[in-house]
Write a protein that binds this ligand. Sequence first.
Ligand code: FES
Ligand SMILES: [Fe+2]
Length: 456
Amino acid sequence: MKDTKDKNGTDFKGFAGHSVTLSNKVDDEITRIGRGTPAGEYLRRYWQPVFISSDLTELPVAIKILGEELVLFRDKSGQLGLVHKHCPHRQASLEFGICREKGIQCCYHGWHYDVDGTLIEVPGQPTATADMIKNKVRLGAYPTFEFKGLIFAYLGPIDEKPEFPIYDSLEFEDMEMVPYKAPFNCNWLQVLDAIVDPIHTAFLHSNMSRQQFSVGFGEVGQMDFFERDNWILGCNTRRVGDNVWFRINEVVLPNFTQAGAAFRADGTKQIYYGRSSFSRWVVPIDDETTICYAWANFGKRGDPQAYNTPEGPELIEQGEVFDRPYEERQRFPADREACEGMGAINIHKNEHLVRSDRGVAMMRQRIRKQIRTVISGNQPYLASKIAGMPIPTYGGDSVLSIPKNEKGDDASLLSKLAHEFVDIQFQVDGKSEQQRIKIVTAGLKEMQSRHNSKIK
Ligand code: FES
Ligand SMILES: [Fe+2]
């Protein structure tokens, strides 16, 4: 072996820049989302949010979703249209089209399309020719659905279109839902991964940057992961004095995410059954760009109304506003910096996953399986078919008073409690929200007094 010491005796043996090799092979199967790609076809089986209603004016707008160039518009009768960007005649962009009482008219030669893509008028042509063209030509269009200030679209095969999924959290009467969007310049999967990587809140959002959420987030806590059908849950259970703080992050596959409060909860005050502070979809724009479309949920069981400001949803999303000077981003990094810093598409082969990354591994594996299900011609999981509607969700915080058992190991106690906590919530699937609040609260109180009597 060659001598790695210099003439002063300093040994450079550990410098591995030249010997550590890095892959440049992207995990195409689960990252790339264009039309015809495995992940792209999988994601197209679900309704995706594509725009915020209040941002849509009387003019059409060019948007990109799942790598497709599209135009979104509202015709004069109020109907939404989401169509291929280019007019089938000679490919002018319909973003320069004119919204009519019914549909949109291309600016170049006036071909007029309904919101479903039917060609309804071909001006300047003899009637017989126009009729023949109308029978032959169709503009590509996708179904849309508007709900509480977000516009959704279904980009998949039309005979596979599922019902729009109403999650229970979209109907909470005690929460104010405020639509927002958060853009990331990177692949969708690395943005989605963060939700099943709850340990990062202790580092990125607390100890490595500045305190971006409540103080209690600085504690690593116990991490337990749960999976069934479409759901992946990560329960982060922290000890805060005599209290136990449960915080569930959840993904409903393929890309719907929720988590507990960013600012209301810190483990110091009892909370029975707090619910998610945001309901959010991680939507691929193209392979290297992502937008999270979401509602921030304000109210007693979400984040405080004090954060219902223009910047508030961004602070809930990632602890910092998105648009800020580069130097500040370096000093106080948040999710945007962590996710985008991985590169346009994170190369999984270069990662070293550890025990606390179980949620990430679990989710990617489940996504891969679902992708293969679709590719082999079968139906992927649909939460609405499995659990009925409204679809139960679990993201949120609860804080119980259960002191340490001095005789036992606290980490095992926290893990045991996390399992009981999740089980109590699974048992109320299918019940109304009012019944769930009652049953879960009673279950948590019972769990608390049972453990406390064991400790005494
Ligand atoms: S290009 Fe649209 S009508 Fe001709
Ligand atoms: Fe984060």
